[in-house]
Design a binder for this molecule. Structure first.
Ligand code: FMN
Length: 151
């Protein structure tokens, strides 16, 4: 097993230190390189740096305050319509979630490669998260991922 898998662990406390544009780009490139059913990439990633939105996300994540502490938060959504067009119910119910999940996994590993740390936050109120970003109703938030330098 590569060291990257030993290094990756959930971090819930972050330094007050910005992430460079270059690192953010590499994390997004890694996420976008993840495979998807039919290469349809039935997912969207919302990049959050704004403190007010980070606060709202922490609240939507049932008060997990470390979400607001991280300088960068990525929110991964499954976007069923992209996959449903080709794969019907299986695309809508399964592939879209898998597309978003694997992209989030790749993002986390790339963050670790860059010396950053993250946590996968799955405990949140779906409707509250959707309301923050005014997404279409069928977008499914899959993971909130705070990323930063470990404290
Ligand atoms: C689907 C999923 C949901 C999770 N949700 C949360 C969460 O809401 N809050 C949290 O602090 N950690 C959450 N975690 C992180 C797990 O608690 C963590 O990965 C697990 O305890 C193993 O620890 P490690 O990541 O350090 O190996 C989640 C992980 C996964 C994969």
């Amino acid at each position: 097993m590569d060291k990257i898998f030993q290094d990756r662990h959930s971090v819930r406390s972050f330094q007050d230190k910005e992430i460079s544009k270059k690192d953010l780009t590499e994390i997004l490139e890694a996420a976008n390189s993840a495979p998807s059913a039919g290469n349809l990439k039935a997912r969207e990633i919302i990049i959050v740096k704004d403190q007010k939105i980070r606060d709202e996300l922490a609240e939507a994540a049932l008060g997990q305050d470390f979400v607001a502490e991280a300088p960068l938060v990525l929110v991964f959504f499954a976007v069923p319509e992209h996959s449903e067009r080709k794969y019907g119910q299986r695309g809508r119910n399964l592939y879209t979630l898998q597309d978003a999940t694997i992209a989030a996994s790749f993002a986390w590993l790339q963050a670790v490669i860059l010396g950053l740390a993250a946590c996968w936050v799955g405990a949140f109120d779906d409707d509250e998260v959707k309301k923050i970003f005014k997404t279409k109703d069928d977008w499914q938030p899959v993971a909130i991922m705070p990323i930063g330098y470990e404290k």
